[in-house]
Write a protein that binds this ligand. Structure first.
Ligand code: G3P
Ligand code: CA
Length: 240
């Protein structure tokens, strides 16, 4: 079962920052997961929420700031004073961090609240510029975004994110189309996920920070988990 560092090593570093991804790049894990929004001047930035309120010393919507304005905020201190001055990274900067590794990069398009018209083409352009088309997985809760990606670049691996349980995950994903199914932890134990696994679907589960849960999911045939603490999970699984 593959391990992806969720928002970087977010248990020990401020989520979605260069510090969190640098830590992940040093680990022997399958990949990382990150979230992307678009600034007022059309730059792709890595941050989870629509606003900067929770993870910076500022407030307001990402979409209302230019990249230069966002650079003026501190995205580290909310987590610990040790990370004071950490800035919001661009997607390009994070891809650059992984240029010399073979980690997979799961880019989540955060288009479920704000649609960010054209984000799919912007992301594809940056991924291509970094020659990472074969290493990325593009996911979203907004399945229209996945549809756009699959039309634009059918060779890119995609994943449909779900916050709810479907009766037929696999049939639904095939229609989008999406290559993989990303479900939350409670859904992973549902009969319909088991059915999807029996049908040969690639299922990844978020967010798994407990070793016992990880062991169980591995036994079920889950393809990968997203965790905030990859080292804890790796150590736990290797000691089983
Ligand atoms: O991509 C898996 C997971 O990150 C989706 O939920 O809210 O953590 O972005 P969220
Ligand atoms: Ca995410």
């Amino acid at each position: 079962m593959d391990i992806f560092a969720h928002r970087g090593v977010s248990a020990h570093y401020p989520e979605n920052t260069a510090a969190a991804f640098r830590a992940a790049s040093r680990l022997p894990i399958a990949g990382i997961e990150l979230d992307v929004h678009v600034t007022a001047d059309g730059e792709l930035v890595v941050i989870h929420d629509e606003t900067i309120d929770r993870t910076s010393n500022g407030c307001g919507y990402v979409k209302d700031y230019t990249l230069q304005q966002l650079r003026g905020f501190d995205f580290g201190s909310w987590f610990s004073v040790e990370f004071e001055g950490e800035s919001i990274p661009t997607l390009s900067e994070i891809l650059e961090l992984f240029a010399g590794t073979n980690h997979r990069i799961n880019i989540e398009l955060k288009t479920d609240v704000i649609p960010y018209n054209g984000i799919e083409a912007l992301v594809m352009k940056v991924v291509a510029a970094h020659q990472m088309t074969e290493r990325v997985v593009i996911s979203s809760f907004n399945h229209e975004s996945i549809q756009i990606i699959s039309l634009m670049a059918p060779y890119i691996e995609t994943a449909a994110l779900f916050a709810e349980v479907l009766i037929d995950f696999n049939g639904y994903a095939a229609q989008i189309p999406a290559n993989a199914i990303h479900v939350n932890l409670p859904a992973a134990y549902c009969k319909s996920v088991d059915k999807a696994l029996q049908e040969g679907a690639l299922v990844r589960v978020y967010t798994v920070n407990d070793v016992v849960q990880a062991e169980h999911l591995q036994g079920l045939g889950i393809g990968a988990i997203f965790t905030d603490d990859p080292e804890k999970i790796m150590t736990g699984l290797s000691g089983q």
